[in-house]
Design a protein around this ligand. Structure first.
Ligand code: NAD
Length: 493
């Protein structure tokens, strides 16, 4: 959807609610500043920060400048902040203030002459009062739109409550739900790889692909998020959103065009095709873990329960054998895993092709494998079998070789310096400013993902209540290895 026609003569405003918070300082202000540096912000764009804290303008600008400098470092050009900071203002408003809407309106001036994008970088418990304030002050009308981010509930029922409260003020086309994975270069590139090439798509199905692995590993523990995390766990915190979004892009049918709804129609079909996991099979098709004492990132870790100070059944690791019950994917499992205090920080997709139907080279011919790395480096590798060079008394020898597409090297714009790796929020904020919601998650996607995840939570409660302890700094619980071992497969470690 493009809102540009209806809003041609309106002046753009970006309102960052929660502008003094951690997400804003680490990600959002640096993203906005870099969009400005690269010439993507309208010259008239005003940016208003709204938060509970009263901070005077000089102190606020100082906070934003140091946050941007810290995040961007040497890529920040000398004049960027001089251009960026004059756009900014900050107002202190508590969401519980009945005058919230009226006060923001006074700051905005003439709402009907404006096109406002609100980013609610606050706890979802504040979405309802804030949306009510915006609506009652007449600030939520089209073409204004809202950006919100996870956690969008902790199950289907609570996510509906959040979505309903936002939907009262903003219709679906003007609600931009962020999954920041969708702003990553390599994730976007999955669409190009699949739908702008002819070589992969004919093979992109159960006939040619043995299985798929999606792994997101973190080296950190829960840190100061423990209070939040204990109520969520890895399944709700990571699988419901980031991992399932990756599965959607990997498994979806080709959309008929690149329009937001065509894309999202195909993604939601994948989510609805996920085979439900029940108490009968949950111990066979999932692994639940929680980190215990050990060493991670070179430091001693006391273990999750010790950090919390009380017993907990919250999982910090999950592995799932997900099956997509449709013609394209029946018989090709998608193995998902994510966890904390693991040995490396990696996000990786592995497409494991089937072996050749009849090998004239015995077991030396290994199946092809496409590895798409999102983290730490952005890279795509296709492993192909080659003849090992030279002579051998034992006849022809084979070796696997990687065809590598290192994205930072491949797109080295003008010579020696690789392009700056963008913050995922840069693209997403730019898209929201332009009214393009293709890289945002639609309500039916969120709800279909929760419906599947709720089934796993319920099955765990009934048949798998306790996570298996794994030492911090190791690759997760034994049960995650058994999950693949049962299928005669191994994780790509
Ligand atoms: P934070 O606690 O650091 O900041 C919260 C912001 O909300 C502050 O600006 C604060 O002034 C404002 N605020 C709090 N209560 C308010 C009230 N009653 N009225 C008006 N303003 C109020 O939180 P954060 O880490 O920046 O996270 C913001 C949201 O983004 C949360 O929902 C969080 O779960 C989500 N999120 C955060 C991260 C992250 O990396 N920090 C990542 C993904 C999602």
């Amino acid at each position: 959807m493009s809102l540009s026609t209806s809003s041609a003569n309106r002046k753009p405003v970006f309102v960052l609610v929660g502008g003094t918070g951690d997400l804003a300082l680490r990600m959002l202000w640096p993203s906005l500043a870099m969009l400005d540096q690269d010439g993507f912000l309208d010259k008239d764009l005003r940016i208003i920060s709204v938060a509970r804290e009263a901070v005077d303008r000089p102190a606020f600008l100082e906070r934003v400048s140091s946050a941007v400098q810290k995040r961007i470092g040497a890529d920040l050009e000398a004049t960027t902040l001089d251009q960026f900071l004059p756009r900014l203002s900050h107002i202190a408003l508590d969401a519980s203030d009945p005058q919230w809407g009226a006060k923001l309106k006074a700051e905005l001036g003439e709402p009907d002459a404006l096109e406002v994008v609100y980013f609610l970088s606050v706890s979802p418990s504040l979405f309802k009062p804030i949306c009510e304030h915006l609506e009652s002050a007449g600030l939520s009308k089209s073409p204004n739109r809202v950006i919100i981010e996870k956690p969008l509930g902790r199950d289907l029922a609570s996510s509906k409550v959040i979505n309903d409260s936002v939907a009262h003020a903003f219709d679906e086309a003007r609600t931009f739900r962020i999954d920041h994975y969708l702003g990553k270069e390599t994730v976007q590139n999955l669409l190009a790889l699949r739908f702008a090439n002819t070589v992969f798509e004919p093979l992109w199905n159960a006939q040619s692909i043995d299985h798929v692995q999606v792994s997101v590993s973190e080296t950190v523990g829960t840190g100061d998020r423990l209070g939040y995390y204990d109520d969520y766990g890895a399944l709700r915190d990571m699988v419901q959103n980031h991992l399932l979004q990756l599965v959607c892009l990997l498994a979806m049918e080709p959309p008929s065009n690149f329009n937001a709804d065509a894309l999202r129609d195909e993604k939601v079909k994948v989510l609805r095709s996920l085979k439900p996991i029940t108490a009968d099979n949950v111990r066979d098709v999932t692994a639940r873990g929680q980190y215990g004492p050990g060493f991670a990132e070179g430091k001693q870790v006391a273990g999750y329960e010790a950090e919390k100070g009380s017993p907990s059944n919250t999982e910090t690791y999950v592995a799932i054998k997900a099956e997509i019950a449709n013609w394209r994917w029946a018989g090709t499992p998608f193995y998902l895993r994510t966890g904390k205090t693991l040995p490396s920080r990696t996000t990786e997709v592995v497409i494991q092709f089937r072996p050749v139907p009849h090998s004239i080279f015995g077991s030396a011919a290994q199946p092809n494998r496409l590895v798409i790395r999102l983290q730490p480096d952005e890279d795509i590798k296709l492993t192909v079998m080659n003849k090992a060079p030279g002579l051998s008394a034992d006849g022809m020898q084979l070796q696997p070789l990687d065809l590598s597409l290192s994205l930072s090297n491949a797109f080295d714009g003008n010579g020696d310096k690789p392009p700056r790796r963008r913050i995922a929020y840069e693209r997403l904020i730019l898209d929201a400013l332009n009214g393009n919601n293709a890289a945002f998650v639609r309500r039916d996607e969120v709800e279909a993902a929760w419906a599947w995840v709720d089934g796993i939570s319920a099955a765990w409660a009934e048949a798998y209540p306790k996570p298996q302890i794994y030492p911090a700094g190791t690759n997760g619980p034994m049960s995650a290895y058994m999950l693949l071992d049962r299928d005669h497969r191994v994780w790509n470690d």
